[in-house]
Ligand binder design. Structure first.
Ligand SMILES: Nc1nc2c(ncn2[C@@H]2O[C@H](COP(=O)(O)OP(=O)(O)OP(=O)(O)O)[C@@H](O)[C@H]2O)c(=O)[nH]1
Ligand SMILES: [Mg+2]
Length: 334
């Protein structure tokens, strides 16, 4: 998943890799016509941005779920070919905020938009264009005016509608703004994902690659681990609980006292935060059954990510109303 030898300087910055490393990478791939740069995927919550990011990258770099507001930070996925390197920045869904967390997530999207070369505006094929989309279209029009950033409208989830409805949706989306292109695709069906990539990559500046060829993401392992636990915990919870979940990796350390010659193992200690005691009981489940199931699912993903066996130690804690508490938000990394 993550590159075994990620570029430390690229982590958490928006500028990409160091020059030396980029040049090394460029030696293998780049010619004078090579394109590389950043594309931001925006859209309403649940529009299919993270699923499309994963499909474009060809690896799972972002967690996805049927619940709105799954993504909570700008996730970078990297897709490299012989002609171009497309760095996709998957963002939280833009929405009318109801909490301080929601406001901070919207701010993050707006900040991300200012730093990219091209924008992909995702609209699901199975939902009418509505006020939420119009709100985003207006923000993008402003970006196009102020920064001349090209915007490609991407009609997602085309597998969910018959052809005539898709055509009607393409027409409605086209009328919503001044898009450089309108491209339909299905990320889960694998249909026209290559077309989306080609259109976005074609709008990037001429540049050597910014990351080594084999890199799929610059997310630190701790972030990926926390996200995998949150994805597992999201599955099967309802109502407000998905929004109330936050996950923090406390430590990842080699397991002590392993027998000589035994395969290495990591101790991964993770806290799952909820907002109320009643939610804590739900996450843990009867006799701890739910938490065990979450742990088993997450562990499989974490072992695949880190490439070693892990002992996953999950603790559920209450941080009262953290979504509205500035101090708690900062502690949780927002
Ligand atoms: N049928 C179908 N479902 C899809 C497709 N793409 C995404 N989905 C589903 O739509 C839901 C939301 O997908 P996500 O990728 O998490 O959406 P998102 O836009 O990242 O959502 P937020 O992070 O909450 O803003 C999930 O249940 C996905 O499986 C698609 O091409 N076809
Ligand atoms: Mg998402």
């Amino acid at each position: 998943m993550t590159d075994p030898d990620p570029i430390p300087t690229a982590k958490g910055t928006s500028g990409g890799a160091t020059e030396g490393t980029a040049q090394e990478a460029a030696a293998g791939t780049a010619g004078a016509a090579y394109r590389a740069g950043f594309a931001c995927l925006v859209g309403r919550p649940n529009a299919g941005k993270s699923t499309l990011t994963n499909a474009l990258v060809g690896h799972k770099v972002a967690i996805t779920s049927a619940k709105p507001q799954t993504t909570r930070h700008a996730v970078r996925g990297i897709s490299t070919t012989a002609e171009s390197q497309l760095v996709l920045v998957d963002t939280p869904g833009l929405h009318r905020p109801r909490t301080l967390l929601g406001e901070r997530l919207n701010d993050l999207v707006r900040e991300t938009l200012l730093g990219v070369d091209v924008v992909g505006f995702c609209l699901p094929a199975d939902q009418r264009v509505g006020p939420g989309d119009q709100f985003i279209a207006a923000e993008l029009a402003e970006l196009q005016r102020a920064r001349r950033t090209p915007v490609v409208a991407i009609v997602t989830k085309t597998d969910l509608v018959p052809r005539d409805r898709l055509v009607a949706q393409l027409v409605a989306v086209d009328a919503l703004g001044d898009w450089t292109a309108v491209v339909p695709c299905s990320a889960t069906g694998g249909s026209q994902v290559d077309d989306v990539r080609a259109v976005l990559a074609g709008l990037l500046p001429l540049s050597p690659p910014l990351y080594p060829e084999q890199t799929h993401t610059d997310e630190p392992d701790e972030v990926m681990v926390a996200e995998l636990v949150r994805e597992a915990a999201l599955d099967g919870v309802r109502d407000e609980l998905p929004h109330s979940l936050a996950v923090v990796v406390e430590e990842i350390v080699p397991r002590e006292g392993r027998r000589e010659g035994a395969a290495p193992m990591l101790d991964v200690r993770v806290s799952i935060y909820v907002e109320r005691d009643s939610q804590k009981a739900i996450v843990i489940g009867k006799g701890g059954a739910r938490l065990r199931a979450v742990g088993a699912t997450a562990r499989t993903g974490i072992e695949a990510l880190l490439g070693v066996k892990v002992f996953l130690d999950l603790h559920v804690k209450v941080a009262k109303d953290w979504q509205r508490d500035p101090k708690a938000l900062t502690r949780l990394g927002f």
